[in-house]
Design a binder for this molecule. Structure first.
Ligand code: PLP
Length: 453
């Protein structure tokens, strides 16, 4: 397998200048990406990396597809910006129509922003506004229930619903107190010995029911969860029947169900929306992000149900939020081009066909490894959980930074260079380190085999 490219062809700078950027890690010297080619990234030191995670499960049709580039340029030449207080744009209308039509009539309208965090903020605000307008003059549904070890974005409202203790900790005093958390559906660590899936589902639904009772059912605005948990736990699908049971609890108490599909949505798990694989489950509000634009432009958004849109249309008539770059026409053009490629090339069939094959290969190669506790996933979204002790599922101490070590080894491989996505375990040992694999939707069988190798 050729994995390096002649450095001379890339003309790297003689001495790398000190970075002017500041990301999360100020002391690390990151390699720079010179260009992308389909499933590969080419770095300034000549390395050719097989991108097995598309960053944080973002890139999905491959890097640097000229067709998306043309769509972006053509949009810039025709209409480069749209002030959404006064206008809509044809391209945003087309994208939102495509999104609404993809929900089998469940959702009424779509709203486009620049990031998953903004999408989560919009979901929380929309849920609050819905109840404000529905229950006037005495609005009291102000409480959100989410799940432990969850991540729903990095802005303060999104962090407030998130259940990731270490990410919340530095901001705790300014995060909302109207949030509480219940257990996630995390079979590897959550299911008791000898417990069936059905028994586990009943136990989790009972826990949610009890939390509604504790808070006061009339105070709960919405329950927030990811259908397949991404970065916080490492590609964890729920057991069959979980979301149906959870939805039933929400409906029983008149609360909304907000489905966060920023990471697992837009085809990543084999259907355009991950909730479409949960029988009888229909969210009231849904977020989407990463694979909508496949990384070509910053774009994300939400879909809202008919009931919510009708209530606000008949009430104030306006969704009270907004951002300068919402519904950006160039981002919409990029996302439309990506979605047309996904549809025209029938890429979700490839995800559905090769996804289980990737799972099989990982299990064959790594299932017996003493440091691999669990391998789980759906479609092209797989997580490998790493443990210090396989028998007891004891995680590595977080300071060992095991996931990051593996990512590093992948990038420096002598025979292969492969990019994976890391996730650290929690300090209290409730979840372990993991590595996420999220190949391009058009990855070939041979690329899937190389990734597993
Ligand atoms: N929700 C989930 C489930 C995510 O995985 C993420 C990002 O990883 C977000 C929200 C926030 O999205 P963004 O990073 O685009 O703000």
């Amino acid at each position: 397998q050729p994995v390096t490219e002649e450095p001379s062809a890339l003309a790297p700078p003689a001495a790398k200048p000190k970075s002017a950027v500041f990301y999360r890690h100020l002391r690390l010297d990151f390699p720079a990406i010179v260009r992308g080619e389909g499933s590969y990234l080419i770095l300034d030191d000549g390395r050719r990396i097989l991108d097995a995670s598309g960053g944080a499960a973002v890139a999905c049709i491959g890097h640097s597809d000229a067709r998306v580039g043309e769509a972006i340029m053509s949009q810039i030449k025709s209409a480069s910006y749209c002030a959404t207080l006064l206008y809509t744009s044809t391209v945003c209308e087309q994208l939102c129509r495509l999104l609404v039509d993809s929900t089998n009539g469940q959702m009424a309208r779509a709203y486009i922003v620049c990031s998953g965090s903004e999408a989560m903020e919009a979901s929380l605000k929309l849920a609050r506004q819905y109840f404000l307008e529905k229950t006037q003059p005495e609005p009291q549904r102000t409480h959100f229930i989410a799940r432990h070890q969850s991540y729903h974005g990095n802005t303060l409202g999104a962090l407030a619903v998130g259940g990731h203790k270490s990410r919340r900790l530095p901001y705790e005093p300014i995060l909302s107190t109207n949030v509480s958390h219940v257990s996630p559906c995390y079979a590897y660590r959550g299911k008791k010995a000898g417990e069936s899936d059905a028994e586990y589902v009943v136990r989790l639904a009972d826990e949610l029911d009890a939390e509604f009772q504790r808070v006061g059912p009339e105070k709960v605005c919405a329950f927030v969860a990811e259908p397949v948990v991404g970065g916080a736990l490492g590609a964890v699908p729920s057991v069959p029947g979980y979301f149906k049971a959870i939805q039933a609890v929400c409906r029983k108490y008149g609360a909304l169900f907000i489905c966060d599909e920023v990471m697992c949505g837009m085809g990543r798990t084999g259907s355009l929306h991950a909730w479409q694989q949960e029988e009888g489950v229909f969210p009231d509000i849904q977020t989407y992000g990463k694979c909508l634009g496949g990384g070509y432009q910053p774009i994300a958004g939400i879909l809202a149900s008919h009931e919510i849109i009708d209530t606000i249309s008949k009430g104030s008539g306006a969704f009270v939020t907004g951002h300068t770059y919402q519904g950006h026409p160039v981002s919409c053009a990029a996302a439309l081009a990506v979605q047309h490629i996904v549809a025209e090339e029938n890429l979700l069939a490839n995800v559905s066909e090769l996804g289980p094959y990737l799972g099989e290969l990982l299990t064959k190669r790594l299932g017996d490894h003493p440091y691999v506790g669990d391998i789980r996933g759906r479609g092209f979204f797989w997580g490998i959980e790493l443990v210090e002790d396989k028998a007891t599922a004891r995680p590595f101490p977080p300071k060992a930074n095991v996931a990051m070590e593996i990512i590093d080894l992948g990038l420096k491989g002598a025979d292969y260079s492969v990019a994976l996505y890391p996730g650290s375990g929690t300090a209290d040992g409730v979840s372990g380190d993991h590595v996420i694999l999220a190949p391009m939707f058009n990855a070939s069988r041979a690329e899937i085999e190389t990734i597993a190798d």
